[in-house]
Write a protein that binds this ligand. Structure first.
Ligand code: 3AM
Length: 184
């Protein structure tokens, strides 16, 4: 099964991002926008995992969650990563990015303790909102039109997600959740 670890987003934030997606969609030349149900923030992509490894992943998730306190972070600017076809369109994180990075780094260490190889790529937290996107060539006008306010995101748990196609539709299913502990 194809797995990744993510922060699931609250309904209010999903609605807000979806509004911004609609605006950006109106400025596109081409591209696919993430289904509202699939909006999330990936902490760690795991790839194809056998059932025999699930227990280790759950342990890493539990250890990470237990040692972290719930925290808040804010939505940041939208941006683009280059990709082979078009660009990946995303919304980043503003304030609160430090505890998020610490959480991802702790997760990485705990996965390593459970026998997983360390991720080589640096963690660049983002919420993917579109793929293979080409926007009109006027970033300033688009930024004005799709201004992202620093909406607050509460992070209270981390989730193990399965990525699979159901009737041809890419679907992300939470299969295990670990609540962040309340330190202090
Ligand atoms: O949350 P985002 O969209 O950034 O891009 C995929 C998605 O991330 C990423 O894992 C998340 C759930 O599918 N992903 C898919 N294949 C990947 C790969 N081979 C990958 N990340 C790294 N390497």
């Amino acid at each position: 099964m194809r797995l990744f670890i993510a922060i699931e987003l609250e309904d209010g934030i999903i609605e807000y991002i979806h509004q911004k997606q609609r605006i950006l969609q109106s400025c596109r030349i081409r591209g696919n926008f993430t289904r509202k149900e699939n909006l999330h923030l990936t902490l760690r992509f795991l790839g194809e995992i056998g059932l025999n490894q699930i227990m280790q992943i759950k342990k890493a998730l539990e250890a990470t969650a237990a040692a972290a306190a719930p925290f808040s972070m804010e939505l940041g600017e939208w941006g683009q990563f280059p990709s082979r076809r078009g660009k990946i369109l995303w919304i980043g994180i503003g304030k609160g990015i430090e505890p998020l990075k610490a959480l991802a780094s702790d997760l990485e260490s705990n996965l390593e303790k459970q026998g997983f190889e360390r991720e080589k790529k640096a963690f660049r937290p983002h919420i993917t909102i579109g793929r293979e996107v080409q926007l009109e060539d006027d970033p300033e006008r688009i930024t004005k039109k799709a201004k992202i306010e620093p909406r607050e995101i509460h992070v209270c748990r981390i989730s193990l997600m399965e990525s699979k196609r159901i009737n041809g539709i890419l679907t992300y299913i939470p299969i295990y959740r670990a609540a962040l502990g309340k330190k202090g």
